[in-house]
Ligand binder design. Sequence first.
Ligand code: PAF
Length: 282
Amino acid sequence: MEIIRDPRQMQERVTELRRQGARIGFVPTMGYLHEGHLTLFRTARRENPILAVSIFVNPTQFDRQEDLETYPVNLEGDLAKAEAEGVDLVFIPEQKSIYPQGYGTFVEVEGLTRRWEGEYRPGHFRGVATVVAKLFVIVKPHRAYFGQKDYQQARIVGRLTRDLDMDIEVVVLPTVREPDGLALSSRNVNLTPEERRQAPRLYQALCWGADQVKAGEEDTGALVEGMRRMIQEGTSATIDYVALCDPDTLEPLEKVNGPAVALLAVRFSRARLIDNLVIGNH
Ligand code: PAF
């Protein structure tokens, strides 16, 4: 496994590999790797002769300094996991090589970024779109892999590559969950033991919503209210949003009578969690 820290060196390496005809699969991460990331690695490993991974805690996507400061880091553990999964190239840039002094170019994806995470975390998607675009330019992948857990992010990256004519296939893989339903997230370590016990309630609320839709309920108001109540009664978390949206536009639905995605975000004492569930056939 090659570890590369310098963006220019990474570009040269992947350019050479592409010249030799290798196809490159890429998984961008912020480290503190868990089974969710490793599932992306394994699929990318199977589908591409070269597997590149990046580990970079991107400061421009954190809307709150405190969130950046408490973001967990375990580089040694991450490298051991990457090695065990057969990763070929690990790109670990320093902040100053991604955002050197005087850096002034940012990528804005309009529309899809307006609501939900975009509303509650101002600037977040500008940071995500910028770093993903930069990583794509540096790593030059043929395919890039993202988890559905960050549903809005995955849609935005899809739009970014389409709008900027990037010749990259964006692959989105299902959310990996703990046996009790909690979606895997690096932020789960910041839950207290009691919050960890409560957290599966989020997925239960999403599943309840999906079951109601399956049973014929179409009224968004009633569905959102029911899901909110389950979270409020079963956890100490504060709800940022619970919504039923069009899976492509992410605009809220008035009635759930076709494909939909349920999105939610809540705040526990030291961890903000998001989750989602696609409802109906999409
Ligand atoms: O999903 C993440 O871990 C990050 O948002 C990403 C895509 C690596 C960009 O920093």
